[in-house]
Design a protein around this ligand. Structure first.
Ligand code: NAD
Length: 315
């Protein structure tokens, strides 16, 4: 049988690099297409071919697809705030880029990182995939539009596609200094340096966290399903733990695990902030055999230890 050779767009990013590591461990060949707009090529494991280019550039895409047996599409402007400030420019990557790549990928199985952001604010929790999407941002609108392009490709020309809807992803490798970084990364930074953990609003918002290595496993599992699927297969699948935690509880938990007495401060609510977001992980289990493996507290402890190591290395 032909060796597996996967294209990973956005492979130099937070999630993409974790996926590349897993695919290499599984023995697959990996080609990355990344324009390095937010990615870091030094994150890639050895023996991954990097093509620096834009997913909207057909020449670069065709080069990256040469010999590929499947496509993982992760490249995006992943910051909701940046998309809100530059909706048209970011739509080029986040919507048109998906559509262009999908065309170029032809019959190859196609796995896409959508987002739980497509749900917006839902009344019924936990949120399952039958919920009617209600995007509340330009970022979320383009994720939903991209999913619909996948669904069209499946219906109209038999493509086999999976769209994953991860909830809040955490783990080592999220840029700590970026203002858009996940709340957990910011809490870990603050607690380890004794600075106050700043909560937007009253901290009663709930979130569902899933570790980046678990997301990588879900992506790889989705590819296996897409490869074996009949023509015209499409599924949109939550990637989540099913457990909600409030932001205030999270701040206290990080302090406890860090042995820190850093104060917790409350700032203004973020406009448009979703109040409650917890996902139903049932379909992920039945469709791709995925369950969260990384225990939440162990994942946070690992981030705290990683930060201590980086500090020690600098001294
Ligand atoms: P990231 O910013 O770390 O990675 C995105 C990568 O895409 C970067 O390496 C960047 O250089 C590259 N890229 C951006 N525009 C490109 C273009 N036009 N052509 C080629 N490469 C381009 O973000 P991430 O957190 O690793 O997110 C990966 C994917 O998962 C994104 O699609 C994101 O929307 C999605 N997602 C992330 C989260 C999360 O919590 N981090 C949650 C749900 C979904």
């Amino acid at each position: 049988s032909k060796a597996e050779r996967f294209l990973v767009t956005g492979g130099c990013g937070f999630i993409g690099a974790a996926l590349c590591r897993l695919l290499r461990e599984q023995g697959a060949e990996v080609v990355v297409l990344d324009d390095l707009s937010s990615g870091d090529p030094t994150r890639l494991p050895p023996d991954v071919k990097l093509i620096r280019g834009d997913i909207c550039d057909r020449v670069a895409v065709d080069r990256a697809l040469d010999g590929a047996t499947g496509v993982f599409h992760l490249a995006a402007v992943a910051s909701v705030e940046l998309c809100a400030r530059n909706p048209d420019a970011t739509r080029r990557t986040n919507l048109h880029g998906t559509s262009a790549l999908l065309d170029a990928a032809g019959d190859l199985p196609f796995v896409f990182t959508s987002s739980a952001a497509v749900y917006g604010e839902q009344v019924t929790l936990p949120i399952d995939e039958d919920a009617t999407p209600a995007p509340m941002s330009s970022y979320a609108t383009d994720k939903l539009g991209s999913e619909q392009h996948l669904q069209d490709a499946a219906r109209e020309r038999g493509a086999r596609c999976v769209a994953l809807r991860p909830f809040n992803i955490f783990g080592p490798g999220q840029a700590p200094r970026s203002p858009y970084t996940g709340v957990l990364t910011r809490f870990v930074e603050s607690a380890s340096s004794g600075l106050s953990l700043s909560v937007n609003g009253d901290g009663g918002q709930t979130r569902d966290f899933v570790h980046v290595n678990d997301v990588a496993r879900a992506l790889s599992g989705s590819m296996q399903v897409a490869c074996k699927a009949e023509r015209g297969y499409f599924a949109a699948i939550n990637i989540c733990s099913g457990q909600g935690i409030s932001i205030l509880e999270l701040a206290r938990l990080v302090n406890r695990l860090a042995n820190s007495r850093a104060p917790i401060s409350f700032g203004p609510e973020r406009p448009g902030d979703i109040r409650h977001s917890t996902g139903d992980p049932t379909l992920a289990e039945t469709a791709i055999g995925f369950r969260v493996e990384m225990p939440f507290e162990a994942g946070i402890a690992e981030m705290l230890a990683g930060r201590a190591d980086r500090l020690a290395a600098r001294q």
